[in-house]
Design a protein around this ligand. Structure first.
Ligand SMILES: O=C(O)CCC(=O)C(=O)O
Ligand SMILES: [Fe+2]
Length: 221
């Protein structure tokens, strides 16, 4: 069929202008809007500012960053950010229609994974690390609902570096909400959220600094 775009977060490249003009209001820096409150757990100081900044710097230098291409309407586009995938042995993820190859854990990422397990009681066997090099980099509307995540995935995102906004959209009503993700903040998207909502990290053109997000997942084998 050729012209059918793959499912995933980078197919709505043309909605940029719309996002810039219709910025969804962030209510207050650490307040979670009512619409998404039942689905989120937000820990603004999961890592201290100093630890988060140090971790950002180490990861920016040390990870093996990739920029895969996606094909939309028969044209190739590099994804508008960099990424790096790591997991326990034997874990495979078909992400946005592409197989991610197995990579061993960076010791710092494994430590963060274990810390989340200790603090939140949730075990993750993989992490997709996103690097938004500046405010031009972004991720389009999607749900993390690939079959290997199971019917009710929990996804945790730890933010490092520049603050960016995450938008949520109710799939039934199209109501939206925004949450500000600052350096060191942990956002847990709870079971059921991926079914009810989409999310995105829109561009924010004035931001010149980078942001790294560690998105932990549990892949069923
Ligand atoms: O950057 C983030 O915090 C979220 C990224 C995301 O939604 C994803 O990796 O699926
Ligand atoms: Fe996501």
């Amino acid at each position: 069929m050729g012209i059918v775009p793959p499912l995933g977060r980078d197919v709505n490249l043309q909605t940029d202008l719309f996002n810039e003009l219709n910025d969804i209001e962030v209510k207050s820096e650490h307040a979670i809007p009512e619409l998404v409150k039942p689905w989120l757990e937000y820990v603004p100081d999961f890592l201290s500012f100093i630890d988060a900044t140090e971790l950002y710097q180490q990861l920016e230098q040390q990870l093996d960053w990739q920029q895969p291409e996606i094909v939309v309407f028969s044209k190739r586009h590099p994804i508008p950010r960099l990424q790096c995938w790591q997991s326990d042995e034997g874990v495979q993820y078909q992400y946005s229609g592409k197989a991610l190859n197995e990579n061993a854990w960076h010791p710092l990422l494994e430590r963060v994974r274990d810390h989340i397990h200790a603090q939140q009681g949730v075990y993750f066997n993989s992490v997709l690390v996103n690097f938004y090099r500046n405010g031009e980099d972004k991720m389009g509307w999607h749900s993390d609902d690939e079959p290997e995540l199971g019917p009710n995935p929990i996804v945790a995102s730890l933010s490092l570096g520049a603050s960016r906004t995450m938008h949520f959209k109710d799939k039934k009503t199209n109501q939206t909400a925004a949450v500000e993700l600052s350096n060191g903040a942990l956002l847990m998207m709870k079971a059921g959220m991926q079914r009810a909502f989409k999310h995105q990290v829109p561009s924010r053109k004035k931001v010149r600094e980078g942001r790294i997000s560690l998105t932990f997942r549990y892949i069923h084998r």
